[in-house]
Design a protein around this ligand. Structure first.
Ligand code: IPM
Ligand code: MN
Length: 377
């Protein structure tokens, strides 16, 4: 552990972002009781609402703090009508900007259904999927593909005639994210729920696109280094139906950026909805953790949204910091947080509106803090 503790930068962002990050803070506080000075929190504003008020998305010192922090916990960004002069959504600097400038190339999105969590199809709570058959991690490439600013528009006589987004797939970008997926599958204690096999599914559209063909060739080349991992392939269109129909087949899956963006929103339905979906943006030197959901402007200020995605993001952050610094106590704290989350979910005492409950964001945080205090540090 570092003498002064780890520096964690909190970027609450917009809308409901500050509400869920406040609960993440509460949970970190509960974990720290009796285990002091392991981390210090530095919270700074920024995002779309900040842009509307100050004409910039954040202060230069905030961006600098993101580059020196040991880890970052982000809420959500985006606010209706907050658009930069170039047409981009204000707040993007905090998400897309940091993914690029900190080179956070692997977007790690676990999808696990916990006992006590309900999922919703056609408006009715259903038990189509059980906790026994949903336990996978989707790894999304996070720095290239259609997200690179290799795009442009052609305007003629004040009319936009053509808009072009170029899809960039590089050897380096593919190799490192595929290797990340293979290494994760190697270390995950359980394989796929279906058969216990350690499997990495390569998701692409290599029947049509050369970028995807290149991605799959890279997957095949690297897979040779991981003989204990079962190779598995899915065209992205077919994957979407298999995901819903046979989630138990999937253990770790790896995809390019935009496909990964889309399929992880779909996968979140299997884990109870976006209120439970957390992601880690991970690079070799930095990492930023976030709930996958957006800023939900219509719920802002109501203490209504589900903070569990932020709790899972917090757990991922402690686990990553612990592994990176060889800090077993931090890993134990991540385990403790996960056990506390699982106990509260199983008890069903922290159900927010999206789970058919009436518990507020703040009360859900209180329930979890109580559960943490009941578990030994
Ligand atoms: C996500 C989000 C972002 C993305 C948006 C906010 C730019 O949808 O993290 O999945 O497209 O990557
Ligand atoms: Mn998304």
């Amino acid at each position: 552990m570092r003498d002064a503790g780890y520096s964690i930068l909190l970027l609450p962002g917009d809308g409901t972002g500050p509400e869920v990050v406040a609960e993440g803070r509460k949970i970190l506080g509960a974990l720290a009781e009796g285990d002091t000075a392991r981390w210090h929190l530095d919270e700074r504003p920024g995002g779309a609402q900040y842009y509307l008020a100050h004409g910039k998305e954040w202060e230069p010192e905030t961006e600098a703090a993101a580059h020196t922090a040991d880890a970052i916990l982000l809420g959500a960004v985006g606010w209706p009508g907050a658009t930069l002069p170039n047409g981009d959504n204000a707040g993007a600097a905090l998400v897309l900007g940091l993914r690029q400038s900190l080179d956070l190339y692997a977007n790690v999105r676990p999808c696990r259904l916990y006992p006590g969590v309900q999922h919703k199809i056609s408006g009715a709570y259903s038990t189509v999927w059980s906790p026994k058959n949903v336990d996978m991690v989707i790894i999304r490439e996070n720095t290239e593909d259609l997200y690179t600013p290799a795009h442009g528009i052609l305007r003629r006589a004040d009319e936009t005639e053509v808009a072009i987004d170029n899809r960039i797939i590089t050897r380096k970008g593919s190799e490192r994210v595929i290797r990340y997926a293979m290494q994760l599958a190697r270390t995950r204690p359980r394989g796929a729920p279906e058969d216990g096999i350690k499997r990495v599914t390569c998701i692409d559209k290599s029947n049509v696109m050369v970028g995807c063909r290149f991605f799959r060739e890279t997957y095949d080349r690297l897979a040779v280094e991981f003989p204990e991992i079962e190779r598995d392939y899915a065209y992205v269109d077919a994957f979407t139906q298999w995901l819903v129909r046979n989630p138990e087949h999937f253990n770790v899956a790896v995809a390019t950026n935009l496909m990964g963006d889309i399929i992880t929103d779909l996968a979140s339905v299997l884990q109870g909805g976006m209120g439970f979906a957390a992601g880690g943006n991970i690079g070799d030197h930095h990492a930023m953790f976030e709930p996958v959901h957006g800023s939900a402007p219509k719920y802002a200020g109501q203490s209504k949204v589900n903070p569990f995605a932020t709790f899972f993001a917090t757990e991922m952050m402690l686990r990553w910091l612990g592994a990176r610094h060889g800090d077993a106590q931090l890993v134990r704290q991540a385990d403790r947080l996960e056990r506390a989350i699982a106990s509260v979910l199983a008890a069903g005492t922290a159900r927010t509106y999206d789970q058919g409950g009436t518990v507020t964001t703040r009360e859900a945080g209180d329930r979890l803090a109580e559960a943490i205090r009941r578990l030994p540090a």
